[in-house]
Ligand binder design. Structure first.
Ligand code: PMP
Length: 358
């Protein structure tokens, strides 16, 4: 008898497509919404000195106690309201593991971060996708209508939203938090680039959960995300958290970098400046190159092309610049997303785009 692996896979997994980062090698990488700046050598030395004292033969601190204390000192949130994940991806997975049964539903506006849907489907949980309006904002009436009909367990809202880059209207988010009995997950992965947060709302709303990550502000390689919620929700998540989900090296390095937060903060300011520069430059490419950029509150910009976006993307890679190709049928038709780079990378991208989009 021959083993047929495909037949053994759970049906909902068989139908899934794996999350696929861009894999082309290019000298200029502006595709993954990372921070383009590295830390300076003196901070790097402090990180190395600190992690050199870690006993690698021992398991990590399961509760990431020191790191949570450091996050608490920076944000004012009590450590017991924080849980650390191996990136915020893992925290999305923990939420669905803990709260969703097979036939449950999760709801999110689209287009948005693909992992909300991928993780839900991998657990056999139904996904309800509500299209954003023409301004890429939440369609509150449609969400409410769908809420009444489907009573989703979780509603995911990424603000600023990936890949559109804009913040959703605050009053619409508050309306959803206050008028539904779903868990509302506000994913603030890009909030450092707009300064808006819903943390204060946690005092008033038991159903609110906030996701944060260090990936976008310079520590994507460490895989550190954290979730902020009531103690009740955090304690439920601890029941299903794998015991050593956050490793010692990541905890140690993140702690040192967060202690020296002024470096990250100054990089965030440089990225915001870079974003405004790119936006202005992209706006100049309307008539001749047929480029329309969308307003952004994040560390990336979504833009639409009049010509075939696949061809522009391919030609940009030939020029040595990798950005994210989001071209697909529907609202992202001919859309590309560029992450803000270092000033010289931003210049090189604009120069290459002018050349290939004419
Ligand atoms: N949320 C959003 C909206 C994102 O865009 C991303 C990364 N692309 C994540 C969460 C996951 O981040 P992490 O690296 O912390 O897993």
């Amino acid at each position: 008898m021959k083993i047929n692996i495909q037949e053994m896979v759970k049906k909902n997994i068989r139908e899934l497509k794996a999350y696929k980062p861009e894999e082309i090698l290019c000298p200029i990488r502006m595709e993954a919404n990372e921070n383009p700046f590295t830390i300076n050598s003196s901070l790097k030395e402090r990180v190395l000195e600190s992690i050199s004292r870690i006993s690698l033969n021992r398991y990590p601190d399961s509760l990431a106690t020191d790191l949570r204390k450091q996050i608490s000192a920076k944000s004012g949130i009590k450590p017991e309201s924080i849980i650390v994940g191996n990136g915020s991806d893992e925290l999305i997975q923990m939420l669905i593991t803990a709260f969703c049964e097979n036939e449950d539903k999760v709801l999110f506006p689209v287009p948005t971060f693909s992992m909300f849907g991928i993780i839900a489907k991998s657990f056999g949980v139904n996904t309800i996708e509500i299209p954003l309006d023409s301004e890429w904002d939440i369609d509150l009436a449609e969400i409410k209508k769908s809420y009444e009909k489907n009573l989703p367990k979780i509603i995911f809202l990424s603000t600023p939203n990936n890949p559109t880059g804009n913040c959703f209207s605050e009053n619409k988010i508050l309306d959803i938090i206050e008028k539904t009995y779903s868990l509302v997950v506000v994913d603030e992965a890009y909030a450092d680039f707009c300064g808006k947060t819903f943390i204060d709302q946690l005092k008033h709303s038991k159903n609110l959960i906030i996701l944060k990550t260090l990936s976008k502000v310079g520590m994507a390689g460490l895989r550190v995300g954290y979730l902020i919620a009531s103690k009740e929700i955090i304690n439920i998540l601890h029941k299903i958290r794998l015991p050593y989900n956050s490793n010692s090296l990541s905890q140690g390095a993140a702690k040192v970098i967060l202690t020296n937060n002024e470096i990250v903060e100054s990089q965030v300011q440089q990225i915001i400046k870079g974003r405004e520069f790119l936006l202005e430059e992209l706006k100049k490419l309307k008539d001749k190159e047929g480029i329309t950029p969308f307003h952004s509150n994040a560390n990336f910009i979504l833009f639409k092309t009049e010509k075939d976006a696949d061809a522009i993307h391919r030609k940009l890679t030939e020029e040595g610049v990798l950005i994210r190709n989001l071209n697909s049928d529907g609202p992202l038709k001919n859309c590309l997303r560029v992450t803000v780079g270092r000033p010289e990378e931003n210049d090189a991208f604009i120069k290459a785009l002018k050349k290939v989009a004419q």
